[in-house]
Design a protein around this ligand. Structure first.
Ligand code: AMP
Ligand code: MG
Length: 261
């Protein structure tokens, strides 16, 4: 977790790190976490008072889709919604950048997962100068204000930066080129974006420094090893839900008095 107010260097984080977890044990741990996530989601849904928002960011091929697939697969589809954020178009472009985001914040009882997010507006937008600097500069505070407002309105927010290194990205791009079943994922523009690697790192570091808050913390996940990435994200989401001390709502009437034939 990026301590609020601190500034980290991504170069100090090892994307290969597995923090003492053995691969052979990881699948069993993940399975247990997924089971617990399902139990917790059920309580969140029953309570219907609060929601959880999971934000996923990461460089191309960083594993956002894979994380969703492997970590969230035990959830009840009725209580979860994944929203991918693409290049804004149509009505999205005609509004402020948070409009499309606020619109899909999970409702009470639900889990929302953002595959990319409003953070693109201080990442790709900054790296490619899509708006002037004095516009994106103000967004860090705006995002904090927005997230604080959500957290004061029963939305719990947890944010993950999936952190791979350049070699791992190359390896994954190569797989996309070589594996027929992965060809569809390959995009020429990803190769273009790779040239901006260092700019993205700079943009990530500023985002982490300015927008990791007590009410919406950022976590940097070493993500070269998919099994570790999945386990780390699953465990943190589980701990977040546990920390909410979810409770089943009290029945509206005394059920013990109810009789029927
Ligand atoms: P993908 O995640 O591969 O489907 O690609 C989605 C693309 O949309 C990425 O290249 C993002 O950088 C881009 N994108 C997402 N949000 C924004 C935004 N607010 N402004 C510009 N580009 C965006
Ligand atoms: Mg892509």
């Amino acid at each position: 977790m990026v301590r609020p107010g601190s500034r980290i260097k991504l170069a100090d984080i090892n994307p290969e790190a597995t923090h003492g977890v053995k691969k052979a044990d990881a699948e069993a741990h993940l399975e247990r976490d997924r089971e617990q996530l399902a139990v917790l989601q059920y309580m969140l849904y029953a309570e219907a008072r609060r929601s959880l928002l999971v934000v996923l960011q990461g460089i191309d091929a960083g594993g956002k889709d894979g994380t969703i697939k492997h970590v969230m697969s035990g959830l009840n589809p009725q209580g979860v919604r994944v929203t991918p954020f693409k290049v804004p178009e149509g009505a999205e472009k005609r509004h402020d950048y948070l409009w499309r985001v606020h619109n899909v914040v999970p409702e009470r009882g639900q889990i929302g997962i953002f595959n990319r997010s409003h953070y693109e507006d201080v990442l790709v937008v900054r790296v490619h100068n899509l708006v002037p600097k004095d516009v994106w500069k103000k967004r860090y505070q705006q995002i904090n204000d927005f997230e604080r407002m959500l957290s004061e309105n029963e939305v719990r927010i947890v944010k993950f930066l999936l952190y791979i290194d350049k070699n791992e990205q190359a390896k994954r791009f190569r797989e996309r080129l070589e594996d027929k079943a992965k060809n569809w994922k390959f995009s020429q523009s990803d190769i273009q974006e790779r040239k901006y690697w260092d700019d993205y790192i700079g943009a990530y570091e500023e985002m982490l420094a300015k927008c990791s808050t007590s009410f919406a913390p950022w976590y940097v996940i070493p993500a070269n090893k998919k099994w570790f990435r999945n386990l780390a994200v699953a465990r943190i989401v589980r701990l977040e839900l546990e920390a909410m001390k979810l409770k089943f709502p009290k029945p509206v009437e005394d059920l013990s008095t109810i009789k029927f034939e």
